[in-house]
Ligand binder design. Sequence first.
Ligand code: FAD
Length: 775
Amino acid sequence: MTPTPAHSAPESRRTALAEARLAAYLPMVYVAWADGDLEPEEIAGIRARMAAELPASCRDPLGSWLDPGAPPAAGELAVLLANIRRAGRELPEVARRSLTVLGEELALRRGTTLHPREREALSAIETALGLDGAEAAHGLVAEAPRQPEVIPPPAPFDVAALAAFLDGEQRATRERLRRLLASPEFAYLSEPDRETYRAQVLSWCHRLAEEGIGSLGLPREHGGAGDPAAFLAAFETIAHHDLSLLVKYGVQFGLFAGGIHQLGTERHHTAWLPAAGRLDLPGSFAMTETGHGSNVADLETTACYDPADGTFDIHTPHPGARKDYIGNAARDARLAVVFAQLETGGARQGVHAFIVPIREETGRILPGIHIEDCGPKLGLNGVDNGRIGFDHVRVPREALLDRFAAVAPDGTYSSPIASPGRRFFTTLGTLVGGRVSVALASVATAKSALCIAVRYAERRRQFGAPGGAETVLLDYPSHQRRLLPRLAQTYALHFALRELGARYVEMQTNGEGHRDVEGLAAGLKAVATWHATDTIQACREACGGQGYLSENRFAALKGDSDVFTTFEGDNTVLLQLVAKGLLSEYKKQFGDMHFLDLMRYVASQAGTAVRELNPIITRRTDPEHLRDPEFHLSAMRWREEHLLASVARRLRRRLGDGMEPTQAMLECQTHLLALARSHVDRVVVERANAAVAAITDVPGELGTVLRPLLALHALARLEADAGWLLEHGVLEAAKARAIRTQVDALCLELRPAALGLVDAFAIPDELLAAPIAID
Ligand SMILES: Cc1cc2nc3c(=O)[nH]c(=O)nc-3n(C[C@H](O)[C@H](O)[C@H](O)COP(=O)(O)OP(=O)(O)OC[C@H]3O[C@@H](n4cnc5c(N)ncnc54)[C@H](O)[C@@H]3O)c2cc1C
């Protein structure tokens, strides 16, 4: 029996569907293909067995359905199934006893009675298929069950109370921003061209400025609200909206106006801040150059002071020294805060910031300024990033932002900070607000992604037991594993960042604690931005094809937030700063100790700080212990102390052998990065636990859900680093296994809380704007 060459396979298959005599065979044909488990030889065997009982006229049409070389397409199988179902609906219940009985009844309905030998053959094939015939027949004839709508049970805690707790002291600012951004004037554009998009983003920015939201962090005496906490809260909330708006807002009010505020003095504040805060004066923050991004100290733009006319000559010596990627530069900025090497009296004094006009009010580019558009980007295409070159542009002496250094009319340089290195780091340190803001925005974007993915996972069904409702995605352990540890980390970072924000505000208000805030901001910025990138991708995949559609927002979230890992300090570079900060913590006690002596000291001190591992603890696997924050913190502290002591030993050895410090640090670089990451992990767990311990809601429900959530986060972090912990004996194999089991158990336990946990982020539907996430 071979398919007739005279007819195409589809035609022959249609003939088979019409042939009354073949009706008995069709259920078996469908099951043979749909089951998907049969080898080509087995299909050929079934075909041969059927053909033996059929008259010649029926062999070819049936054979065309069972040709292993040309299997029926999915659409043809769907037609076959629909045929069987249509006819099967009218059959008595008894027809569902087996595939053979079903076939017999289908044939009978079309006036054909099976010969006993045919019946025997069908029965033998059914047996050979190894199926439960009754179940298969039922599955064929029964209508596909209509999927019951999923109505999630109420959250096992008070969602509104958690939302209020997450909002914290700046609740009113957040509520105000949510209302404003959810209004129709802030509705997202659908596939705008670049110019339309940029114009819209600028116009949104103007609306924020009109509402006084741009100048929240600027001093009252210069038109602001003097409220840096409100500025951070506004930034975090805007991060739920279009991220081009967020970045444009950040460049104008955070970097440009904030740069003048932090690095300038009264005359600069009076001259520029009111207009900058109202967005009457659009500006840029021009630090990065094509040739130097992370390495700011070696920027090449020059600012040479000329005492003859009291001006600085701002110059780009070669194309590699052009300012690059500068936000606001390609289209809107009229003024720029430009970082350049200050030179006076023939001596270089390092990188300083200057106010440089780049456009007239009409938008015309000023003489000596060259601006290029950076062109299309991976995301943030509503922001006009550009390159700026300076061809001996003269600016007055007063253009130097002189909080940390001044140049007298005769060219004499002076600074309250004697050491050039300290001056440089103090200058950059004042810009830490950008890092705090980007870290907050990253967690906000992770919240948006999780909110969309968890809501979808609560509704979407896929696969299930035959005849029953399909399974809700979030009931799959794999889905819980993908979403819940990331949700837990989002909460942990939220709490850690809330504390960082508070310390930053304190630093702004009373000037205390610069160093601590800088180190913490660098570490948390790196971890939070990586977390956002990872979470958005996981959420995108968790929504399948729907996740890929632009209307469901992941395309924008991914493309627009991706660069968070790079700007405001590249993450890898930042983590090295964190590690160096940890090493030099010891330096505080010993002032200007030589680097080698310092490493000797760190190695000995950190070495004694690394406690003996307690063999009972390394073996304990009971859930109570595994969920105990004390266990998480002690394991994380041990890892951090061990990494600190061991890297100090390695550095000491190299320095002792006469190696240059830079080379020694290079050889230990990955070790330093591991130290920094372990430090940030520990800090996040510590701060998050402290925040939750402080909860005093009356029914105590919030702690009941947040404690296991934080345990999930901590255990997932330990699980991720189980290799190192096993290597160093912090865990025994049984304990590593128990941690994995406990992570699964916590995912299952927290599954009913997932929806409430994302709803507590209080992101308005208008901002979320993903159809799959909205009722
Ligand atoms: C969309 C966008 C907007 C921006 N807006 C502004 C703006 O408004 N103003 C502004 O001044 N700048 C802006 N930037 C620039 C941004 O701050 C820089 O891109 C960033 O600092 C990184 O510099 P780079 O691009 O030169 O990368 P590089 O420093 O060359 O880094 C490239 C890679 O090398 C690695 N690397 C570098 N140094 C080390 C090291 N010591 N050890 C190990 N690895 C290392 C990094 O991890 C990175 O992976 C923007 C950039 C973008 C993309």
